[in-house]
Design a protein around this ligand. Sequence first.
Ligand code: HSE
Length: 429
Amino acid sequence: MRTRPLKVALLGCGVVGSEVARIMTTHADDLEARIGAPVELAGIAVRRPGRVREGVPAELVTTDATELVKRDDIDVVVEVIGGIEPARTLITTAFEHGASVVSANKALLAEHGTALHAAAVEHGVDLYYEAAVAGAIPLIRPLRESLAGDKVDRVLGIVNGTTNFILDRMDSSGAGYSEALDEATALGYAEADPTADVEGFDAAAKAAILAGIAFHTRVTISDVHREGITEVTAADIASARGMGCTVKLLAICERTPDGSAVTARVHPAMIPLTHPLASVREAYNAVFVEAAAAGRLMFYGPGAGGAPTASAVLGDLVAVCRNKVAGTTGPGESAYTRLPVSPMGEVVTRYHISLDVADKPGVLAQVALVFAEHGVSIDTVRQQGKDGDASLVVVTHRAPDAALSAVVEALRSLDTVRGVASIMRVEGE
Ligand code: HSE
């Protein structure tokens, strides 16, 4: 039995890193029993040593991350600094020096996952990143390992807590976007610069990672169609309510119907209140996985925060340490299908379109003709008169996204259409 402790270098000691350090210290005996060898924190690299949190061993703190990952005695590097650089170079250097890596870095994995996996294989070490997608919720390992014998067809989920909090507030209180964002900022859910969350970049990175693993292919963030929530209005939410729906920012990864390609997208969408994702409130995350044999699985829980994210990091740490003890490595990238990623225009979906139109004979027929000319079938039409004009809400059947956008474009050019008040996709039916 191995007696030399496994040595861990921690890169970053913010909200997540300090929780990792705390749990490693307080649960040392249990971790040793589960791994089969003691595991010890050997160094913590930070940018600003003055800001290191209480309870973090000050003697382990360094500002020289490069020197730390080059140390020959380091077995595992835990990277929780985020961003592309210096994380990418530090992880690559860690591999070159024989260390396995546990990372929570979705942006890095979504852009450079393939190269990093290849580097890990080249150096005979592990790269694990459960914490990169949906915080504490086990998703990467179930997709990579538990479902390795099944065929995943679809992954549909709420993978960003900040935007879910904002949309939930808009839904429950009738607040507008800005007001709900201000509340999310005041409560610490949204960052001072909320761009990554509200514009959908964070969710798109997670969608890329999930799609790659689910479909055994390669998907990068640039393959993911992305729309954020900044344009969602209180009227959209009210309109959704009127249809028995709510609005959620969804990450949707699917195989195309003929199985020859995949699609990955992030955008706000209406989902029926009866859909399980509709009941995901506040900053929680939830992901539906549909697999041929397993059927529909749902994963739910806290998708962010220091302790929940640290839980996922620690789970990976135990796994890679066990592999080190056994002298082996775990599953790496499985991208053998090399399926192309289809553009958004080919995605088949439904639209909810709200129009302000002139209330006079022939207008409805004119609007209906536009849909017919683009081969888009109408499911329901609702009209409400208002001061000589009318509000017309059209919900379509499923059609290619390109045809639906062409319909909207054509509607905008009709004289009788005063304006397109809102367009939203309808999912989850
Ligand atoms: N900012 C993310 C969220 C958590 O709001 O869910 C980290 O990915």
